[in-house]
Ligand binder design. Structure first.
Ligand code: BG6
Length: 474
């Protein structure tokens, strides 16, 4: 069942495995601090960091304080922090391992977060079992979940050896974003939109996940991933699924997951000829000169890993047959923006006879996932005056301003849901495997990599892929 966020969580410990890594420092420790600030951590239980670094408890607390100072959405408060630290513990991996974690746990229930690279998942799952940490445990498994369809299946089998599916929470932080959650509300709570959410009204749909950042210090990791595994297999496909699934019978995890798997079964595995891969060369992004991918630390000088991906997907069912879906994502693009663009079919040409507007396709809807979250509908309006002159107009709904509130970060929401046992926003085993199957042909036969200059919108081949349409950003 879905959880009631106002209900008190059961007492439990929270064990962050890989707590000192980029994810731990950048997102998890700040998220846990914000949950504590909102009194949304369980009333009792420790927060235990576990990682290779041989830190003392105090050293880890110091690192965590820095992580919060730099990355928390709300300011560091020394008094709150002192109270939080009473619960914040650390176990270095070589000081008794997971056995020691079990000894430090204070509650019979716990949430264990695997914020570690995929090759380590199996060993840690085994280690948790050996340490007697399976019963009473819920396990969050970070992405990338496997490397391809086969390894994802193998990983599911390993996890299922020790844990029941109901204990496993496969995370995709995009599903915790407010604007991504709002997609289902927008579609299914508003009859006016659902009626036109169909191939008879929609011409094409686009999803863009653009980042101005490069790969930072993650070169070695990214070399094995590329944009296809890092973003397309998970974030892009999850957003596509929410945009295209049928209405679930209830707002309930199984009902939602059943609809997601149905539409993914109707999604054709992507053909390599419908894919453009790109890699950034040096350039200027947001006024700063940046190196090319091949000059980044940890990257092989002849690497063919893609930092940009654009693909065309097709869904063969009654609702979507014939509608192309264009998905793209890239690093070192001109700005950070995630957006859905829905292009509606044009009005009959006869109406525009003799006017300039018969070539435009004016009706589109934009869902801005981030930043400046919002929804915009574009249409044509009559310009005031004695003749019939049309001008584009729009209705805009700015998401945060409308509610005058700063929404929680995705990781706060997802950590809380997992502690409450709510699986709605996590990925079920079959959905994870199918998402890999959808991109598997491209992993098997990757098309060549095109270069693009950092600070541009990717290789020109991506414009050819989408032709006769154009990539849109609001
Ligand atoms: C992660 C990817 O899953 O998502 C990163 O591994 C990417 O490469 C990040 O930068 C983007 O997340 P967000 O929330 O900043 O859009």
């Amino acid at each position: 069942m879905t959880s009631n966020p106002l209900e008190l969580l059961a007492p439990q410990d929270l064990v962050l495995i890989g707590a000192t890594g980029d994810l731990g420092v950048g997102r998890l420790l700040p998220a846990v601090y914000n949950l504590f600030l909102d009194s949304r951590l369980p009333p009792q239980g420790s927060v235990i960091g576990f990682a290779r670094e041989p830190y003392s408890r105090e050293e880890f607390q110091h690192l965590a304080a820095e992580a919060v100072r730099q990355n928390s959405r709300r300011a560091f408060d020394a008094t709150v922090w002192a109270r939080f630290c009473e619960r914040l513990d650390y176990v270095p991996a070589d000081a008794g391992g997971l056995e020691e974690v079990r000894r430090r746990c204070t509650q019979p229930q716990r949430l264990v977060y695997l914020a570690i690279p995929p090759p380590a998942f199996e060993g840690v799952a085994e280690g948790l079992a050996e340490a007697g940490l399976t019963e009473g445990t819920r396990l969050i498994v970070e992405k990338p979940f496997g490397f391809d369809t086969r390894s994802a299946r193998a990983l599911n089998q390993v996890l299922r050896r020790y844990f029941d599916e109901r204990q496993i929470f496969r995370i995709d932080h995009y599903l915790g974003k407010e604007t991504v959650q709002n997609i289902l509300v927008f579609r299914f709570a508003n009859a006016i939109f659902e009626r036109i959410w169909h191939r008879e009204a929609i011409d094409e749909m686009q999803i863009t996940v653009a980042e101005s950042a490069g790969i930072g210090q993650r070169g070695r990791f990214y070399e094995q991933m590329g944009a296809l595994r890092d973003i397309a297999q998970n974030h892009l496909i999850q957003v596509l699924t929410l945009l295209t699934m049928e209405p679930p019978a209830f707002y309930d995890p199984d009902a939602i997951h059943d609809e997601k798997i149905k539409v993914l079964h109707a999604t054709e595995p992507v053909r390599p000829e419908n894919v453009v891969r790109g890699q950034y060369t040096s350039g200027v992004v947001e006024g700063e000169v940046v190196p090319g991918y091949l000059e980044e630390p940890g990257v092989h000088p002849e690497s063919e890993t893609e930092t940009y991906i654009a693909l065309k997907a097709s869904i063969n069912n009654w609702r979507w047959s014939g509608v192309p879906f264009y998905l793209r994502s890239g690093k070192r693009l001109p700005r950070r923006v995630t957006e859905v663009h829905v292009q509606f079919r044009r009005a009959p040409v006869a109406f525009f006879k003799g006017m300039d507007f018969h070539n435009v396709n004016p009706n589109h809807l934009t869902i801005r996932i981030q930043p400046e979250e919002g929804i915009t509908i574009s249409f044509l309006a009559k310009e005031p005056g004695p003749t019939l002159q049309l001008r584009p107009a729009r209705m805009h709904y700015p998401y945060p301003e409308s509610f005058m509130t700063a929404p929680p970060e995705a990781y706060e929401r997802l950590l809380h849901d997992a502690m409450a046992g709510d699986r709605t926003l996590f990925i079920r085993e079959d959905i994870m495997e199918r998402a890999w199957e959808v991109i598997q042909p491209v992993l098997d036969h990757p098309p060549p990599v095109h270069l693009y200059q950092a600070g541009t919108w990717g290789p020109p081949a991506a414009d050819e892929l989408i032709s006769p349409y154009f990539w849109h950003l609001h």
